[in-house]
Ligand binder design. Sequence first.
Ligand SMILES: *[C@@H]1O[C@H](CO)[C@@H](O)[C@H](O)[C@H]1NC(C)=O
Ligand SMILES: *[C@@H]1O[C@H](CO)[C@@H](O)[C@H](O)[C@H]1NC(C)=O
Ligand SMILES: *[C@@H]1O[C@H](CO)[C@@H](O)[C@H](O)[C@H]1NC(C)=O
Ligand SMILES: *[C@@H]1O[C@H](CO)[C@@H](O)[C@H](O)[C@H]1NC(C)=O
Ligand SMILES: *[C@@H]1O[C@H](CO)[C@@H](O)[C@H](O)[C@H]1NC(C)=O
Ligand SMILES: *[C@@H]1O[C@H](CO)[C@@H](O)[C@H](O)[C@H]1NC(C)=O
Ligand SMILES: *[C@@H]1O[C@H](CO)[C@@H](O)[C@H](O)[C@H]1NC(C)=O
Length: 458
Amino acid sequence: MASLARRAVGAFALGIAAVSAATTYSIDSTDAIKQTSRQIAYDLMSYYKGNESGQTPGILPGPPPNGDYYWWEGGAMWGTMIDYWHLTGDTSYNDVITQSLLWQVGPNRDYMPPNVTASLGNDDQGFWGMTAMQAAEENFPNPPKDQPQWLALAQGVFNTQADPNRHDKTCNGGLRWQIPFSNNGYDYKNSIANGCFFNLGARLARYTNNQTYADWAEKTWDWIVAVGFMDADYNIYDGAHVESNCTDINRAQFSYNNGVYLLGAAHMYNYTNGSALWKDRTQKLFTATKNTFFPNGTPFEISCETHMTCTTDMLSFKGYVARWMATATKIAPFLSEDVMKNLKIMAGQAIKTCTGGPTGRACGFGWQDGVFDGSTGAGQQMNALSAVSSLLVQATRPPLTNATGGTSGGDYNAGIGSDDFDGHAAPITAGDRAGAALLTILLVGGAAGLFGWMSGGL
Ligand SMILES: *[C@@H]1O[C@H](CO)[C@@H](O)[C@H](O)[C@H]1NC(C)=O
Ligand SMILES: *[C@@H]1O[C@H](CO)[C@@H](O)[C@H](O)[C@H]1NC(C)=O
Ligand SMILES: *[C@@H]1O[C@H](CO)[C@@H](O)[C@H](O)[C@H]1NC(C)=O
Ligand SMILES: *[C@@H]1O[C@H](CO)[C@@H](O)[C@H](O)[C@H]1NC(C)=O
Ligand SMILES: *[C@@H]1O[C@H](CO)[C@@H](O)[C@H](O)[C@H]1NC(C)=O
Ligand SMILES: *[C@@H]1O[C@H](CO)[C@@H](O)[C@H](O)[C@H]1NC(C)=O
Ligand SMILES: *[C@@H]1O[C@H](CO)[C@@H](O)[C@H](O)[C@H]1NC(C)=O
């Protein structure tokens, strides 16, 4: 509703010229896919204000109540935009991407900037780390030598997460959701935090050909299965609390979990030179993802889309699944035929919804009906961009490694000794207190809503 109101206001303000251009996007040829991607990327970037004077580079407007978006989604958007460059060759946004990724590294070059401490989760940090990893794998232009390098940033994130301080004995191991112990959600262990760590470990193992990373990835996968967050049918559940020894599992399923584990499993398959074990896991996880999240081949966010209770975070999950399954085909080619078939269906459905907003071409969230559903935002644009641009993945080179042309500089000691809040609380600001109060209200307000919020509220 809100977005329909905005549309009316926008149309009024801009006059008829702006609304006359109701675009019909096409994905019928390589050129059409590039053209469509270019326009959707442009509209995505219109949500980004971080390079305007007085704004903070790297982030989308937020966090709430100052804007709709949490810190992590900026990191996720730059991953989407690096893929956009990789898939289409359009360098228009490269400078803004680089500036953003470097601005947010934090004092220890491990994506823990003090501004976001009060809601800093392992998953938030992980999303920025995965984007840095992707920059290394795709040979995104390296920063100047005196700046942090992509691979080292990914290693910095990984090392802080592999630190013994983050792996306590509750629930027999695993990462907690939040990093500082004073944060709400520190008592929750969840699939996405561990999924980002698994994904990063698998990719670092393949990139550096170093078994230490693979050992962590194996250990994390084994834990996720043992604790019951991933069941025998490859359903992935949101998480559980340490107070119950992780037995109070919240069974909500979110598609980004499937995406993050799928890409990690594909890397393990490739790193192990095609092991039967990782092939089986990768294949079954993809099959489960299709069965759970792609009714009729079109993505559907089952835990929130039915009644449109998706939070801003959740409105971006479809895009990660699209991108990560596309990348997986480059290193686990047995997935290609099936993934490409699904991508084609989803991209086709997605662009049918791009008829909204003041421009008449904003993409919606729900893709099942192939009509604009009144929902607009950066997540919705990212989803459509990812589905469409990923159709070009077959013509791209696979993610590089240090041995196959990757040029990013690494540092095995990155992030080590970083202040990890061990034993002390994060500094509390007035803004944080407001956030905590809001959370308390939500806690009292009802567990069902909270769990949905928590899993994506980062
Ligand atoms: C911010 O970046 C965009 C590209 O995404 C560019 O079009 C715009 O001019 C930049 N704005 C400023 C103030 O640099
Ligand atoms: C932290 O917040 C301040 C004040 O808004 C801003 O100037 C600064 O750029 C932010 N730092 C990062 C890394 O975002
Ligand atoms: C907690 O759960 C794990 C399995 O996830 C189990 O191995 C362990 O014994 C349990 N600990 C307690 C104290 O119940
Ligand atoms: C994969 O094969 C390469 C080349 O034969 C070998 O160097 C590497 O150790 C193998 N990797 C694993 C994890 O077995
Ligand atoms: C691993 O990935 C490379 C691309 O980097 C690909 O050529 C190779 O076939 C993959 N290995 C297996 C076992 O599929
Ligand atoms: C990557 O390869 C270069 C040589 O091409 C080597 O100097 C460097 O040590 C390697 N880095 C890692 C992390 O293996
Ligand atoms: C492999 O990675 C681990 C963890 O970062 C590091 O301590 C070790 O030195 C690396 N091994 C080699 C041979 O580079």
